[in-house]
Design a protein around this ligand. Structure first.
Ligand SMILES: Cc1cc2nc3c(=O)[nH]c(=O)nc-3n(C[C@H](O)[C@H](O)[C@H](O)COP(=O)(O)O)c2cc1C
Ligand code: SF4
Length: 436
């Protein structure tokens, strides 16, 4: 995007950007000081509400509104920073933690002050070894500088930050799975209500926010809600990180306004720089895989919170686009998707446990060359009978499992049918013998 000035990634490429001295020399921690010394928690909530900062963790729920769900007469508040980042193929949080850890710590201080949290846990998936050490070093520096611990910057606000590493499960990114995991239990999502704001971690009022959501806070406090609203379309304001992976010329994590289209993300010089070998696009999963799929002729979709629904998608999700080129067999894509969700279902709910495994077995049969055209209807039927939307599950994992599977079956039905019709009958028998 020409003339877009990076906000969240502004320190990327700056020498020693992870150190507290460099962060502070570039204006870092001034917003935390402003919030603590010049604003009341309600002032911060009003500013964040006015900015309409929508959560970047997937659901797009407004952060300021979420904070107001905490009981007014609470004695304690706990803050959980969701750095699980388990949605394939998403790596925006990783880049933020790696490149600019103090930005996240500053956002955490502001959110902690606003919600009156005394303790914040940053929950990282186990694979984030390097990011864990980078963050821990930054947290130590912040303590040494009086930015964490008792009476931050001479104010009467105190905050402790603990880093907590999960064991690496997709479902631990779901906020109540994450809470269970911090409590030292198996990361099984909880039945809601009660929602975490009322009864969360250690049964105390709890706020769960995503890394990128919190990284926006210092900038809203510094530059104000009107500045934030001036970036991006109405309803999708502020800077946004987008990931792009797959056979594009320049995969990576980029920042821009949510006015960009999926096509710009793939093709423009500022982002993906086009398809490798100029092979056309067959499909794109623009919001992480769980939001659903676009066909190659649907790339005009805007990467904002609202437009994805016009294309049959669940939402913007994590804004991490995975691109599939025209040379890829769509059966492979289908099987790979179905496998991931079948492996990651925690197994508490029958429809999710059985349904995701059933979809995987059908997709596997189709990929192995032993599918039946009726399998496509069966996949759609199974997908229609799972998830929170029909009220059949504890968490949203099965909704995220069915949207891409159903999307692939509906949007690529002709290709799937053709592949099934052209299967080698001898191979069908052989494969069925193994599978049965
Ligand atoms: C199966 C599943 C996995 C999730 N994984 C993540 C994750 O890795 N990171 C994240 O921030 N949110 C994830 N979420 C969403 C969280 O439950 C929660 O909405 C989010 O952390 C709230 O932060 P936000 O309001 O700042 O977006 C997941 C949800 C589900 C259903
Ligand atoms: S919906 Fe699936 S992942 Fe979520 S709690 Fe139930 S079984 Fe576990």
């Amino acid at each position: 995007m020409p003339n877009y000035e990076p906000v969240l990634l502004r320190n990327v490429g700056v020498e020693n950007a992870r150190s507290i001295d460099v962060y502070r020399s570039r204006g870092g921690y001034r917003s935390a000081e402003k919030a603590l010394k010049q604003m009341s928690p309600d002032d911060v909530i009003d500013e964040v509400k006015k900015a309409n900062l929508r959560g970047r963790g997937g659901a797009g729920f407004p952060a300021g509104v979420k904070w107001t769900f905490l009981p007014k007469d609470r004695k304690r508040t706990l803050l959980c920073v969701n750095a699980d980042e388990s949605e394939p193929p998403t790596f925006c949080n990783r880049v933020l933690m790696e490149e600019d850890p103090h930005q996240l710590i500053e956002g955490t201080i502001i959110a902690g002050y606003t919600t009156r949290a005394q303790i914040a846990y940053i929950y990282l998936r186990v694979e984030f070894h390097e990011q864990f050490h980078i963050l821990q070093k930054a947290v130590d520096e912040a303590y040494a500088a009086g930015l964490l611990g008792k009476n931050i910057l001479g104010s009467d606000y105190s905050l402790e930050i603990y880093l907590h590493r999960g064991a690496g499960a997709y479902v631990c990114g779901e906020e109540t799975g994450l809470i269970e995991s911090i409590e030292g239990k198996r990361g099984w999502p909880r039945i809601k209500p009660p929602f975490p704001a009322i009864e969360g971690l250690f049964r105390q009022p709890t706020v769960v926010n995503n890394v990128e959501t919190l990284a926006n806070l210092p900038h809203i406090i510094e530059r104000g809600a009107d500045w934030f609203l001036s970036i991006g379309p109405p309803g999708s304001s502020g800077p946004k990180l987008f990931c792009i992976s797959g056979p594009v010329n320049r995969p990576g994590c980029y920042e821009g306004p949510m006015t960009i289209t999926c096509e710009e993300l793939i093709m423009s010089d500022e982002y993906g720089q086009g398809m490798r070998g100029s092979v056309p696009v067959k499909a794109v999963f623009p919001g992480g895989t769980s939001m659903g799929v676009l066909k190659g002729d649907e790339l005009g979709m805007k990467m904002d919170f609202d437009d994805p629904r016009n294309y049959g998608l669940l939402g913007l999700g994590t804004a991490a686009a995975v691109v599939v080129n025209a040379e890829t067999d769509i059966r492979l894509v289908l099987r790979n998707l179905a496998r991931f969700y079948a492996l990651e279902s925690c197994g508490q709910c029958t429809q999710c446990r059985e349904g995701t495994s059933w979809m995987y077995r059908i997709a596997q049969r189709i990929e192995n060359g032993a599918g039946r055209v009726e399998d496509l209807d069966l996949l759609e039927e199974v997908a229609g009978r799972m998830g929170m939307m029909p009220g059949l599950s504890i968490c949203g994992l099965p909704d995220g499992a069915t949207f891409p599977v159903r999307g692939v079956v509906q949007k690529f039905r002709a290709e799937l049918e053709e592949r099934i019709r052209n299967q080698d009958p001898g191979k069908v028998e052989a494969v069925l013998a193994v599978l049965n």
